[in-house]
Design a protein around this ligand. Structure first.
Ligand code: PMP
Ligand code: GLN
Length: 422
């Protein structure tokens, strides 16, 4: 047997170890092989909590997806497209019908004109659009300003690009940012700002004044803004979504991202899109053509049709979600948690009572295991402060029965069980 010493950092187990002992060749463990750009990337909190939900048969108010089906008339359109032979690759940048439908609604609703040929790219969900945009414009070592609590992909994409996420905190109770603190974060290395409006997880809908202030910073410092607007149509109580690209000076420096998964409650179809002026779009497509190349064809045909029906569909959508939000909010008020009323999106965050010593992760795990309710702890969405340790995120894109059952289970947690949570 050849003489052999294992390297400290290379913790081989099982077959790998046996192979190394037999051959004298020490293969690297999968962990050691990882490229440094993903050294701090681990399982997302959504996947972890969904696993807890399955393990403990918990009511899942965690991961953000509707537990009811999307509109039947869109499914019928997809069937029709499949039967009409729309089953081969779509063009790299998306079907013409879908890109035209996006351009048309952006003009109808917001007065923004995007050229469907050169300025709209269909991606595998908003997730891919965000990824392509960050890789297309951010160099290793650059800084990217993101709001915190962040959407996990915003933070992860910056890390994967080898860049540095710099967080501006949205503070409770209304999740406003401190403009002076924001501008102090801009340095000569800042390349981009990533915004989420309406915001996941806080439910914040940015005001005209806040957006104008951010636009002014972006223009003065010549920054790009990646504006994640996947919840653009989910606004309540008269709150109005203002797309960043509609503000003066912003069309040429905004990459706007949205998703039919959110608008039509069909997250599994993974049809998202990026909108940006031609030069920026060329760069996004340079990444997209080698990331996924093209996105599923019949789904794009069906969603093109659906986008044409937005005016009829949106009042139904908003009423549905506003009712669910109110149901969840009112129910949480009957528990020791303190919910914050969201004006957009399909999440709300709630404060853990001060009497509970446990942090958010222990609290969420305890609720999944003992109360049978899965929710998302908020600290994984913070990098610069620990405000998230006292908060949990609830998703209300769920059937009323699911929300009611989750609430009933939370209400059954005896007061002393909350106190003893540690
Ligand atoms: N951005 C935000 C803020 C989201 O909440 C989500 C999904 N929850 C996405 C992007 C991803 O969207 P998609 O499912 O279309 O990839
Ligand atoms: N975006 C969804 C959420 O916020 C989850 C998507 C995912 O699991 N990556 O819950």
């Amino acid at each position: 047997m050849p003489a052999f010493h294992f390297r400290e950092e290379n913790r081989l187990k099982g077959k790998g170890r046996k192979h190394a002992i037999e051959t004298g060749v020490e293969p690297l463990s999968a962990m050691t092989r990882r490229a440094s750009r993903i050294s701090s990337i681990s399982e997302s909190i959504f996947a972890t909590v969904t696993r807890w939900a399955v393990e403990h048969q918990a009511v899942n108010l965690g991961q953000g997806f509707p537990d009811f089906d999307g509109p039947e008339w869109i499914i019928a359109e997809a069937h029709a497209a499949m039967r009409a032979g729309k089953n081969q690759y779509a063009p790299m940048h998306g079907t013409r019908s879908f890109r035209r439908a996006v351009a048309a609604y952006q003009k109808r609703f917001y007065g923004i004109e995007w050229d469907p040929e050169d300025e709209i790219t269909v991606t595998a969900g908003a997730t891919e659009a965000l990824f392509c945009a960050v890789l297309a414009f951010v160099e290793p070592g650059d800084e990217v300003i993101i709001t915190e609590p962040f959407y996990d992909a915003h933070h992860a994409d910056v890390l994967i690009a080898g860049a540095v996420p710099v967080c501006v905190t949205l503070h409770k109770p209304d999740f406003r940012f401190d403009p002076e603190a924001f501008e102090r974060l801009v340095t000569p290395r800042t390349r981009m700002i990533i915004l989420n409006n309406p915001d996941n997880p806080t439910g914040k809908v940015y005001t005209d004044e806040e957006l104008r202030w951010i636009a002014d910073v972006a223009v003065r410092h010549d920054l790009l803004v990646l504006s994640d607007e996947v919840y653009e149509f989910l606004t309540y109580d008269g709150a109005r979504h203002i797309p960043l690209a509609s503000l003066p000076g912003m069309r040429e420096r905004t990459i706007a991202v949205s998703s039919t998964g959110k608008t039509f409650g069909m997250t599994g179809w993974k049809i998202g899109y990026a909108m940006a002026e031609k030069g920026l779009t060329d760069a996004i497509r340079a990444v997209h053509q080698f990331a996924t190349f093209a996105v599923n064809t019949p789904g794009q045909h069906a969603m093109a049709y659906a986008l044409g029906k937005l005016e009829e569909y949106l009042p139904v959508l908003r009423t549905l979600y506003a009712t669910k939000r109110d149901l969840l909010f009112a129910g949480l008020c009957r528990t020791p948690l303190t919910p914050h009323m969201p004006r957009g999106g399909y999440f709300l965050v709630a404060d853990i009572p001060e009497s509970v010593a446990a942090g958010d992760i222990a609290c969420a795990e305890h609720l999944a295991r003992h109360a049978g309710v899965a929710v998302i702890p908020l600290s994984p969405f913070y990098a610069s402060c620990d405000e998230g340790k006292r908060m949990l995120r609830f998703c209300f894109a769920k059937r009323d029965e699911t929300i009611r059952e989750g609430l009933a289970r939370l209400e059954r947690v005896p007061p002393e069980a909350w106190q003893s949570l540690a």
